[in-house]
Design a protein around this ligand. Sequence first.
Ligand SMILES: Nc1ncnc2c1ncn2[C@@H]1O[C@H](COP(=O)(O)OP(=O)(O)O)[C@@H](O)[C@H]1O
Ligand SMILES: O=C(O)c1ccc[n+]([C@@H]2O[C@H](COP(=O)([O-])O)[C@@H](O)[C@H]2O)c1
Length: 195
Amino acid sequence: MKLIIGIGGITNGGKTTLTNRLLKSVPNCCVIHQDDFYKPQDQIRIGEDGFKQWDVLESLDMEAMLSTVQAWIRSPHKFARAHGVSVPPEASDTQILILEGFLLYSYKPLVDLYSKRYFLTVPYEECKRRRSTRKYTVPDPPGLFDGHVWPMYQKYKQEMEAKGVEVVYLDGTKSREELFYQVLEDIQNSLLNHS
Ligand SMILES: Nc1ncnc2c1ncn2[C@@H]1O[C@H](COP(=O)(O)OP(=O)(O)O)[C@@H](O)[C@H]1O
Ligand SMILES: O=C(O)c1ccc[n+]([C@@H]2O[C@H](COP(=O)([O-])O)[C@@H](O)[C@H]2O)c1
């Protein structure tokens, strides 16, 4: 059985933290990070808002991300070995792939592949506070959060909801432990339901 799980949602919602915790506990589990598919900086266009458009889908090479997911679907064991995930000889038939990223549910060719879509949220003030301490490869210019990041977050979330994409919302202000156990339990239930 193959399960593709999305850990999506708001920037600085705790997606990477939760994903890393799950990877330590869930056997036969690989991960693909959407941030790894950012296009080179000189291909990120400047929008009418005056900012480099980091927070739009077009800034990510989603075709390459989809190809990577398809490589896992074709052969999870081969994919795991190629990505340094140990595959014990007695590995069970259950293979799990976690996709982690802030725009996971806005790219049509991927959206139906998920067995489960999680979506972390945090309120505006908390998101802005966490973001202000974050160091990206390209530092945020002044005003990026209010001028670009937050409006794009709202736009994509509204589009996702309007399309009726089914997600499980997670409250990113809960403790790391609470979020981990909530999702772990939910994944275990999904495995039982699929078997
Ligand atoms: N449940 C949580 N409660 C409080 N802070 C958290 C929680 N999860 C993550 N953080 C912190 O928030 C920041 C962003 O976390 P991160 O996992 O990198 O978010 P994302 O991958 O969604 O951008 C980090 O400083 C991290 O330590
Ligand atoms: O990863 C990068 O190279 C990068 C460069 C510039 C900006 N980012 C920011 O990365 C954010 C998404 O990642 P995350 O982990 O905060 O969900 C998004 O809001 C972008 O503004 C990311």
